[in-house]
Design a protein around this ligand. Sequence first.
Ligand SMILES: *Cc1c(COP(=O)(O)O)cnc(C)c1O
Length: 483
Amino acid sequence: MRQVNLIYERSVPGRKGCTLPDTVKKKPEILAAIPAKFHRGAPAALPEVTEGEAMRHFVGLSVKNHHIDKGFYPLGSCTMKYNPRLNDQAASMDGFTAHHPLAPCSSARGILRLMWDLSDYLSEVSGFAAVSLQPVAGAHGEFAGLLIMRACHEHNGQKRNKIIIPDSAHGTNPASVTSVGFQSVQVKSNDKGVIPPEAVAEVMDDEVAGMMLTNPNTLGIFETHIKEIADIVHQAGGLMYMDGANLNANMGIFRPGEVGFDIMHFNLHKTFSTPHGGGGPGAGAIGVTAELEKFLPFPVLEKDDKGQLFFSYDRPYSIGRLHSFYGNFANIVRAYAYIRTLGGSGLRRVSENAVLNANYLKVLLKDEFELPYDVHCMHEFVISGNRQKAVGVKTLDISKRLLDFGVHPPTNYFPLIVPEAMMIEPTETESRETLDYFATVMKQIAAEVKDNPELVTSAPHSTPVRRLDEVGAARNLDVAYPE
Ligand SMILES: *Cc1c(COP(=O)(O)O)cnc(C)c1O
């Protein structure tokens, strides 16, 4: 017998899940206040089910998807770690959620104080003199940072339009460069997976506005020549931008603002306790050096002569406003709560354990899978499915097979410089047992590739849906219940 699991199919006339207070009947003035054209003529065609059935419906939907609360999620570059519920609880407090965004600063003292303190903590973690919490995504932070570069050069009477980007950069880097109207110039990483200073010197000229570097880079490798590269760029009048999305590897260990970077974005929704990858709102704070502070987006939090915080709009050099109100404020609260619960030493342990977990897993996997850069990694590493591809099983097939074991696949086919790439980021919140389980599953799949490749190429076998036409689903999205 087919299991009835769609809530409309479970509907039985007259069944009730709950009874709402009959406010409208008791207070006719409420109804009268709503224009007649908005009154409903007939009851809405909602499914009629008990509360228990409604519960089963929603829980059933939630377990059809993979999520971090259900299983391991080693999606490289995304830092899919467990985000403590305590931080969600803090972000849902009435004092934050019920505050009207148009209320005056004088009634938002606590909120402004939280933003001020968080900016301070992020300065401390990153080594930058000033932080803006306004950008609402990593890419938005990049966009802001590049606008600041342009504003700074224009302020100095210079017209520069090129940005140097490594071949291992995240796709958002060149996209942001184009959005701002700059052109990107690519430099190649060497056989150790890092950018050699000579490669930068070769393309550096007086049209270069700056360079964007990710550290650790998208191979999970620490860029070892930052100082020399920054000197080359600075001597020729350029600025250094760090893509800080991988900050989970650096906290308490390396401060980008101290080694020659001028601007950096944080991904609060990767490193600082907002789940990433669910398509929810992000927060991409940026940090800058003291020299660039005047270009930050306005309004900027300042203290008046009585020490009270207010939003200053009097910023003649600012690149302007990038987002309304306070940015994505709930993410800001979560980041604040996360930092306050862990403290400085806790943040350092986060990074140490993220790096330890990645190196542990890398060693477990390197016999069965090609490891193109066999060096000490930071918080993530990249293996290649080349060996498996040679016998007809693609990285995509391996990823689909992983779903049968309740594991989310790693990031596939990125970075582009590694063929059949699988980028694995275990994060610090996973136990040794989980890492061992993942390694065992990966080894089993490698064995299946040899003995029973069909099993892998036809996977997944146990998910609610099999292989989907992902392009079709994106182009012709239809989430309505079939009539
Ligand atoms: C995630 C990520 C970004 C972009 O961040 P979004 O918030 O998704 O815009 C940029 N660079 C790297 C290395 C990333 O991992």
